[in-house]
Design a protein around this ligand. Structure first.
Ligand code: GTP
Ligand code: MG
Length: 508
């Protein structure tokens, strides 16, 4: 089939196209004099042509999402046409990209947050079935770490860019003295040149090597962690009971003296599909309530996504009785304006955990002497026999119940929740595009009146088309139909213009 070569970028276009697929230039410029092809009507043809040729990346997991994504791809193409508004509205461009990202990679992110040493990493390790994340007694998780199921085991490390590092450095608060002392002790500045702006490192490895690799990048004992923005861990051994879309995010804590880093954690809380706030069951005081309140304040759009996990349950004096009382107190304290809307949700979302004991039971055959003693103490307290009662002991730690909630309540509802989220985000994009294009319409109208063509008929047609273009943005259901009509009209009009020009030329 005959091709049309673009005079601007030399790209070979299909003969049916009016505008270059690559650079968007008008392909029939040779047939028009400059004044004519600068007409708004020809610009409209370009809009229409672009919309008709937007490629669609099919989404297989849900038909409705596939339809929404196809619409947003078209709106995106429309918005990005020079002069349509994208250049001055980066926030909307970001929303559109996030939306398409969500449709294509529907991850369910669970952020584990809390103050330092509340047992976040221990709980994550219990849920993952192996000790991947480091759990030393001194503050340990210093870099945000994501865990996900993957066909191959890998660790991917992303580093701060120079400008991110500059912002981080400038955001040290007055409480950052200890941070500065440690930074100097670990000779941070010497390592800075190597790691700031470093390209991401993606390492495939054996499952048994993950734990050691993580220590290098996330442990507060090594200088490298200062420059790590995020770590992602792919795990091949999670088993078929682990929902493949679920991602655990281990966070370095909310009370970071470097504001930029706690902002990153807050950002994750806002974006996460569920948040597990870990608090130490032994110390439920006003500080802990404050932490929980701040998590609710970042999750105001979906309070039920917040879950409270009271860790160290096994260390309570009388775990079962004490926890009963504590839970009653928490349910009442955490229902109300800044917290859960109803006591029922609070009762459902507040859970206890003794993940430390769970992990000891799981690894019973390879425990060292000290660990065996810890486990024996717990067994004694509950009158369990070792090793026959290992399964029963694991049950009391509540870890299996937390995993059940993740699997049956969160992951299973995920598709439903996601569909709702996708719909909300789609409406939001539509609303924002509408707002921007309303402003645009005024400038388009100005463009019209300043245009060379003054015939009333032509202006009327263009107005109609602009109005149709608005409809395209608002009622995307009829998108295709309208585009077809506009294209027919513009083509006919272009033919008339071309015809007139040719006639003029032949009369010379
Ligand atoms: N007895 C008991 N100890 C626990 C429990 N959960 C955590 N621990 C202990 O508490 C300490 C801190 O646990 P981590 O899991 O490292 O806590 P974290 O919140 O990840 O700590 P950072 O990453 O440093 O903020 C470790 O010594 C754990 O063994 C629990 O349920 N019971
Ligand atoms: Mg940790």
């Amino acid at each position: 089939m005959e091709k049309i070569v673009c005079s601007k970028c030399r790209f070979e276009n299909k003969h049916t196209r009016n505008f270059c697929e690559k650079c968007g230039a008008f392909l029939h410029a040779a047939n028009f004099d400059e004044k004519v092809y600068a007409l708004p009507e020809v610009k409209m043809m370009r809009v229409v042509d672009n919309l008709l040729h937007v490629p669609h990346e099919p989404i297989s997991w849900d038909d409705l999402t596939d339809a929404y994504a196809a619409k947003v791809e078209k709106l995106n193409a429309l918005f990005k046409i020079p002069g349509m508004g994208a250049e001055n509205n980066s926030a909307i461009v970001q929303k559109i990209n996030d939306f398409l990202g969500l449709c294509r990679n529907p991850d369910f992110q669970i952020a584990f947050v809390g103050t330092i040493k509340t047992g976040k990493s221990t709980l994550i390790n219990a849920l993952l079935g192996k000790n991947y994340a480091s759990m030393a007694v001194t503050p340990e998780t210093a870099a945000l770490t994501k865990f996900r199921a993957s066909p191959r085991d890998y660790v991917k490390i992303t580093f701060y860019t120079q400008s991110e590092w500059d912002k981080l450095w400038a955001s040290r608060t007055s409480g950052a003295e200890a941070f500065m002392r440690e930074y100097e002790e670990l000779d941070g500045d010497k390592h800075k040149a190597t790691w700031v702006n470093h390209a991401p490192i993606n390492k495939f490895m054996a499952n048994d090597e993950i734990q050691e690799e993580l220590k290098i990048w996330s442990s507060s004992k090594r200088a490298e962690h200062y420059f790590v923005k995020e770590i992602e861990v792919g795990i091949s051994t999670l088993g078929k009971n682990f929902p493949p879309q679920v991602i655990f995010v281990d966070t370095p804590g909310l009370s970071d003296p470097v504001a930029y880093r706690s902002e990153l954690t807050k950002d994750y809380i806002r974006r996460a599909n569920a948040v597990f706030v870990c608090i130490d069951a032994q110390k439920i005081q006003s500080e802990e309530i404050k932490t929980i309140a701040s998590v609710f304040s970042f999750s105001s759009d979906a309070k039920e996504k917040v879950h409270i996990i009271a860790t160290h349950w096994d260390v309570l004096n009388d775990p079962e009785k004490d926890w009963d009382e504590q839970k009653n107190y928490l349910v009442k304290r955490l229902t109300g304006k800044a917290f859960y809307d109803e006591q029922e949700t609070a009762a459902k979302n507040i859970m206890h955990s003794a993940a430390f004991i769970y992990n000891l039971c799981r690894d019973y055959d390879s425990l060292d002497k000290k660990e065996r003693i810890s486990l024996r103490k717990f067994a004694l307290n509950f009158e369990f026999e070792l090793p026959v009662d290992l399964r029963k002991m694991m049950k009391t730690t509540n870890v299996d119940e937390i995993m059940r909630v993740i699997r049956e309540n969160l992951a299973a509802n995920y598709k439903k929740l996601l569909a709702q989220e996708i719909q909300n985000k789609f409406m939001d994009i539509n609303y924002n595009l509408n707002r921007v294009t309303k402003e645009k319409k005024d400038s388009m109208t100005e463009l019209l009146s300043a245009s060379q063509s003054t015939t009333a008929e032509l202006e009327q047609k263009i107005r109609e088309q602009l109005q149709k273009c608005d409809e395209v943005r608002t009622t995307s259901d009829q998108l295709k139909e309208i585009i077809k009509k506009v294209k027919q009209k513009t083509n006919t009009r272009a033919d008339v213009i071309c015809g007139k020009l040719r006639l003029k030329l032949s009369q010379r």
